[in-house]
Design a protein around this ligand. Structure first.
Ligand SMILES: CC(C)(COP(=O)(O)OP(=O)(O)OC[C@H]1O[C@@H](n2cnc3c(N)ncnc32)[C@H](O)[C@@H]1OP(=O)(O)O)[C@@H](O)C(=O)NCCC(=O)NCCS
Length: 191
């Protein structure tokens, strides 16, 4: 199966999405381990060198579309769309191969509440459906992460799963988690 090459950088209404660079990673590391950022992440505090290695490696992985979000000259966020196989029977061309995307996003709390995450997540949904030809895109969050759940709801994603105490949080113990999803045809008809 051929995964299309994507062109970078690309613009959204107010932001520019670029591939990671060492300088941009340094900027993100200034806020990435802030408690307001780590509170609802699965990967909480990051080691700077492992973080750098992982993001630089993403640039060479055709299934990992990871971007740094620039607003004017500042890196305000990071986001990614990973591509994976869906579920399916091993028959008829296996259309489920590389048919699903998983969305993720993290923003500098200094720029919260300005619609930036929604703008970027929307751009990644659009890219996933229109350029990568994905069938479905999902994302998960702790149920108490209202800002993240709201981003997905604003984009028309459906809450497909609510797991009672299915997610482990280092301070809170077992808490509820959610999974959201949207199909290509739903994205198309909402545009
Ligand atoms: C979640 C996150 C990406 C949102 O970024 P953002 O740029 O502020 O998002 P947006 O401005 O596009 O939308 C946020 C929405 O949540 C709402 N919101 C924010 N905090 C909220 C809260 N505590 N309770 C209820 N709603 C809240 C905002 O009002 C806004 O909704 P609105 O447009 O209807 O008013 C950002 O807070 C973040 O990076 N958090 C830390 C990392 C993280 O949790 N990542 C997601 C992991 S699943």
């Amino acid at each position: 199966m051929t995964i299309p090459e994507l062109g970078w950088p690309r613009r959204t209404e107010r932001l520019e999405l670029r591939l990671p660079t060492d300088e941009a990673i340094d900027e993100v590391l200034r806020w990435r381990n802030h408690p307001d950022v780590t509170r609802w992440l699965l990967r909480t505090t990051v080691d700077p060198e492992s973080f750098r290695k992982a993001w630089m490696a993403s640039a060479d992985d055709p299934l990992d579309h990871a971007v740094f979000v620039h607003f004017d000259s500042v890196v305000v966020g990071i986001a990614s769309l990973g591509v994976q196989d869906g579920l399916g029977q091993r028959e008829d061309g296996e259309p489920w191969r590389a048919a699903e995307g998983t969305l993720g996003y993290t923003f500098d709390p200094a720029y919260a509440g300005r619609g930036f995450a929604t703008e970027v997540a929307g751009a990644l949904l659009d890219l996933g459906f229109t350029e990568l030809g994905l069938h479905r895109i999902t994302a998960g969050c702790f149920a108490a992460n209202t800002a993240s759940a709201r981003v997905m709801e604003k984009l028309g994603m459906r809450r497909e799963q609510y797991g009672v105490r299915d997610s482990w949080h280092a301070e809170l113990g077992w808490i509820d988690g959610c999974q959201y999803g949207i199909l290509a045809e739903e994205w198309d008809s909402a545009r």
